[in-house]
Design a protein around this ligand. Structure first.
Ligand SMILES: NC(=O)c1ccc[n+]([C@@H]2O[C@H](COP(=O)([O-])OP(=O)(O)OC[C@H]3O[C@@H](n4cnc5c(N)ncnc54)[C@H](OP(=O)(O)O)[C@@H]3O)[C@@H](O)[C@H]2O)c1
Length: 330
């Protein structure tokens, strides 16, 4: 059993712990929160969990893997400290504010011989691989991906507050949130685009509330849309020379059908995961357990390369829209 440490006690940490428990590969070992009472209520359903409100003391605890789910801009310092203390880490997406931070962490992790994973859950879904294989013998000539969801932080934003999620100080905005899933889908299925642009609705806080992006692959383009102030029920589509692949989403995919140019429909069998984070939790544990084997090394390197590509494209798009994070000044 992997001894799991948690940084940040928001709902996504609770969800990750739930998924980790379902894999039967992790045991909740220690929790760090800025407030001991939050760590206590977070872990009340578990026994023998060590609780900390001092990060340095938490990092001295014996753990195999630390999951970091604090606001985006806080990840870098926490990840650095965790790696320096010798821990393997899983960092919620977007792992870091910009490519420089990501590259620094990857170098440090390699130097200290620990694993770093970005928790971009969709590329770990079994369905992602099914779609990848389905596209293998097709020629892609375009795609249209959308992910817009009314945020639970919208009421606070409308009251005039600036939640971390919508704050440049915390490297927020929609491209750095739901947009990450769209970029992972594009990079995983189509590779690295030649260039990328983004046109966004910018909040007073300096980050994007919604936006429309375009990835240029030379022979085709991919349209991306994300928003935090409304729900979209549009499907995602991948256009090929022989037909259109229609997905209900590029995250937590539940249905996929290929509508051929002659009108015939082929349904692709998708088995939805039992929990939205279970595939990534399983994947991280498997790579950790077999980290010395060539196949795991290859897979791990592939994940890092994809994370680097996504971070670079996201940065390019963000700068095209004039979005500057406080972390970019460092
Ligand atoms: N994979 C997914 O589906 C998914 C979904 C949602 C969010 N996320 C990612 O998870 C991360 C957290 O998102 P969130 O919306 O939960 O963020 P959040 O509510 O702003 O913060 C999460 C936790 O971080 C700690 N925290 C808050 N402000 C902090 C600060 N200024 N300094 C240090 N720690 C602070 C708090 O825990 P304590 O009070 O215990 O310290 C808080 O509960 C983000 O990177 C986000 O992109 C991923």
């Amino acid at each position: 059993m992997l001894k799991l440490g948690i940084i940040g006690t928001g709902w996504i940490s609770a969800s990750f712990v739930e998924a980790a428990q379902m894999t039967k590969k992790y045991h909740l070992e220690a929790v760090y929160s800025r407030h001991l009472e939050s760590a206590l209520s977070f872990s009340e359903d578990f026994s023998h969990v060590s609780l900390y409100e001092n990060l340095d003391e938490f990092l001295m605890h014996d753990m195999d893997m630390i999951y970091i789910a604090s606001p985006n801009a806080v990840h870098f310092e926490q990840a650095k400290k965790a790696i320096e203390a010798g821990h393997h880490i899983i960092v919620e997406k977007p792992a870091f504010s910009n490519p420089s931070e990501l590259n620094e962490i990857i170098s440090l992790a390699n130097e200290k011989k620990v694993l770093f994973f970005e928790a971009a859950r969709n590329i770990h879904e079994h369905a992602f691989e099914v779609i990848h294989e389905f596209l293998a013998d097709k020629k892609v000539i375009g795609a249209d991906f959308t992910y817009s969801k009314y945020s639970s932080k919208m009421p606070a934003l409308l009251r005039g507050e600036v939640p971390n999620k919508f704050n440049a100080k915390y490297s927020g905005g929609l491209l750095a949130d739901l947009g990450v899933y769209l970029l992972y889908a594009a990079v995983y299925w189509f590779g690295n685009p030649k260039s990328a642009t983004y046109d966004a609705v910018i909040l007073e806080s300096g980050v994007d509330l919604s936006g429309i992006g375009s990835l240029d692959y030379g022979t085709f383009k991919v349209a991306l849309k994300c928003a935090g102030n409304f729900n979209s029920y549009l499907p995602c589509e991948i256009y090929t020379t022989t037909g259109t692949l229609v997905l209900d989403s590029v995250n937590a995919i539940k249905s996929a059908k290929f509508i051929k140019n002659d009108g015939g429909v082929e349904t692709i069998k998708i088995i939805p995961a039992k929990h939205p984070l279970i595939d990534e939790a399983n994947h991280f544990a498997e790579i950790y357990e077999t980290r010395e084997t060539p196949s795991s090394c290859y897979l791990y390197k592939d994940l890092q390369d994809t994370a680097k590509d996504v971070a670079q494209i996201s940065y390019q798009m963000r700068r095209a829209a004039g979005i500057v994070f406080d972390a970019d000044q460092n």
